[in-house]
Structures are given as C-alpha cells and as structure tokens.
Design a protein around this ligand. Structure first.
Ligand SMILES: NC(=O)c1ccc[n+]([C@@H]2O[C@H](COP(=O)([O-])OP(=O)(O)OC[C@H]3O[C@@H](n4cnc5c(N)ncnc54)[C@H](OP(=O)(O)O)[C@@H]3O)[C@@H](O)[C@H]2O)c1
Length: 314
C-alpha cells in the first residue's frame, strides 16, 4: 500500500509499505483522511518527549476511515509500525468513535487531537464555570480556533484571543472572541498590561499551547484562583515565571495531555464537539492535500498553517 513512511528521522516520504494484517482484537481501517499535527512532526523528527519510535514506521496518529463493517469512524493511536497517513491503518476498536454522516472527514479529524486538546483543558482540566473570563494563547492555530469557540460553547463570559498572525487572529472574532491581542514584540509587563486591558480585568482560565514568554506574561494577568492549563510549547520549552503571580492569587498551573485523559472523558468530549459541528455551532477550516504531498504538508505546518487543519487524503 501507499504510505507516508519515516525511513530516517526527519520528513516522511510517500512510498510502498507492507499491508497491515489484523491480529485478534485489532481491525484494519481503510483511511479516508489523516490529520497532520505538531506531534507527528516531532515523532518523525525523533524529538518527541516520550522517546524515539523504531524505524521505519508510517507517520500519523489519527484519521477517519471505514471499518470492516463499512461504517465510518474517527480513530487514533494506530498500532505501530502502521500510522494513519496511509491507505490502510491498524487500530484497536476501542480507539475508534463512530461518526454521523453529517460530519465531513476533515472536520472530524480536526476534532481529534487538536479539538480534544482545546475542549478538554477547558471542560475537564479547568472545570470552566459559567461567565468566567478566558484567555486563549496561540489562538491563531487549529487548537486555538477551536478553543475560542469551545470556551463560548462551554459558558465562558468574555473570551480573549491572543496570537501572532494578524489574519488568523482576526478570524477568531467571528468565532466568538470578544477581544484580540496581537503577540508581537511585546513581552513581560507590557504584554501583561495589554492582556489585562483586553480582559477588562484578569483571566479565570488561560488555555496555553505556547509556554515561553507569552505564558509568563499571561500569568501576570491571572485572577484569584485562576487556572493556566499548559498544553504545548510552541513558543518555548522553558519559561521564566513570576512567583508572585501564582502565590499572590492562589493561581494554579495544570498540565494537559490527551494521552492521559480517561477514555470515556475523551469520547464524551469528542461527541459533544461533533454535535456542535452538526448543529452549525462549531466550525474548523480544513485544507486537504494528497498523501503524495506529505513533504509539503510537513513544510506547511512547520511554517505555520494559521488555523487551517491540514489533512492528507490517500
Ligand atoms: N497536550 C496535548 O495533548 C496536545 C494536543 C494537541 C496539540 N498540542 C500542542 O498544542 C500546540 C498547538 O497545536 P495546533 O494543532 O494548534 O498547532 P498549529 O495549528 O501548528 O498552531 C501552532 C500555534 O502556535 C503558534 N506559535 C508557533 N510558534 C510560536 C512562537 N514562537 N510564539 C508564539 N506563538 C507561536 C502559532 O502562531 P501563528 O499561527 O500566529 O504563527 C499557532 O497559533 C502545539 O504545541 C501542539 O504540540 C498538545
């Protein structure tokens, strides 16, 4: 079969790969669309924090496909060395979620790794309360675009979107952002002041896929008992944090990874997002590329896709 194969750590290449054969408790999925995520770039580069996957392997951690009974499902965590960016993938039935006909393949992919990492931090990790003020850092990414909408759907009062790309930041306003803050050259107290002004005070919940200088500045704008949910490190693996921001507010930094969320919590969150999409309350921009253009997809994500979910179609 055709697949995007990591033969050496770096960028996968489109080539032939052995067919997956299902052992007991596994199924072969006919892939319809596969997501490209920052974690796939890190895995292919051999730099993901959980360790290096043995070579060669098929890239891709999630997709939408047809199960052997003909039904369509979202799937993740394909069984190595098979990945999702291929004609077929090997999966465990418990890692699949049935899809209604009304949802597009690409949008269903976007609700997976990116969507769950937007929804779960707000709903599960932060326990967002009605009327709370939310800051979404990295609001210009796919996770960020979904998080802005998720915050409103989950009952937030004011939602502030902060990001670097001016066009993608402007697109958060029709998605529900009440104010935006451009992450430009400003850092430290200057950025904290801009964020506080946009909040009209301070933030109860901060969705943080960035870390680095933006997270440090955002902590200075956290409210009493506020929660910063740490999801990713797009702006830096380390950050110099003001101790007083946490001490003086009883604020908390809580980590989030989809990998450690309970299965039933993830499924409930995914189904809630699907319902919102079908009802027209949640949307995601999707851009499809053929599997043969996997290197272009890698390059596009590395350079910044600015809120468009890149999906590879075998
Ligand atoms: N913990 C989890 O389970 C989990 C799951 C999914 C994703 N993540 C992480 O969440 C992050 C976002 O994921 P995504 O799917 O939304 O990726 P994405 O679409 O590629 O978005 C990346 C975001 O990071 C911003 N960014 C990149 N470099 C930056 C820098 N130096 N300073 C400030 N902003 C910067 C981009 O801003 P511009 O568009 O403005 O350039 C964009 O908003 C990634 O770090 C990813 O690894 C974690």
């Amino acid at each position: 079969m055709r697949a995007a194969v990591v033969e050496q750590y770096g960028t996968p290449v489109p080539t032939s790969f052995q067919e997956p054969v299902a052992a007991d408790g596994q199924v072969v999925v006919e892939v319809l669309a596969a997501g490209v995520n920052p974690v796939d770039l890190a895995r292919a580069a051999g730099t993901f924090y959980s360790g290096r996957q043995p070579l060669p392997f098929v890239a891709g951690g999630e997709g939408v496909g047809r199960l052997p009974d003909g039904s369509r499902a979202y799937f993740d965590r394909p069984v190595a060395p098979f990945g999702s960016i291929a004609e077929r993938a090997l999966v465990l039935p418990r890692a699949t979620i049935a899809l209604p006909d009304a949802i597009d393949d690409g949008v269903a992919v976007a609700l997976g790794i990116a969507g769950l990492a937007a929804w779960l931090p707000l709903w599960w990790r932060a326990d967002l309360q009605p009327g709370e003020t939310v800051l979404v850092l990295g609001a210009t990414g796919v996770l960020g675009h979904i998080a802005v909408q998720a915050a409103k759907l989950l009952g937030a009062g004011r939602v502030v979107a902060a990001g670097r790309d001016a066009d993608a930041l402007a697109r958060t306003v029709p998605l529900g952002a009440d104010a935006t803050v451009l992450l430009d050259q400003r850092t430290g107290a200057e950025l904290t002041a801009a964020l506080k002004e946009a909040a009209g005070g301070s933030f109860d919940v901060i969705v943080d896929p960035l870390w680095g200088a933006p997270a440090a500045a955002a902590l200075g704008a956290i409210s009493r008992g506020g929660r910063l949910i740490q999801i990713g490190q797009s702006a830096g693996a380390t950050a110099e944090l003001p101790s007083s921001a946490i001490r003086g507010t009883l604020g908390e930094i809580r980590g989030h990874t989809n990998f450690l969320a309970p299965e039933e919590t993830k499924i409930a969150a995914y189904r809630a997002m699907v319902e919102h999409v079908v009802a027209g309350r949640l949307s995601v921009d999707v851009e499809r590329l053929p599997l043969e253009q996997v290197a272009t997809a890698w390059e596009r994500l590395r350079a910044g896709a600015h809120g468009r979910k890149l999906v590879l179609v075998p």
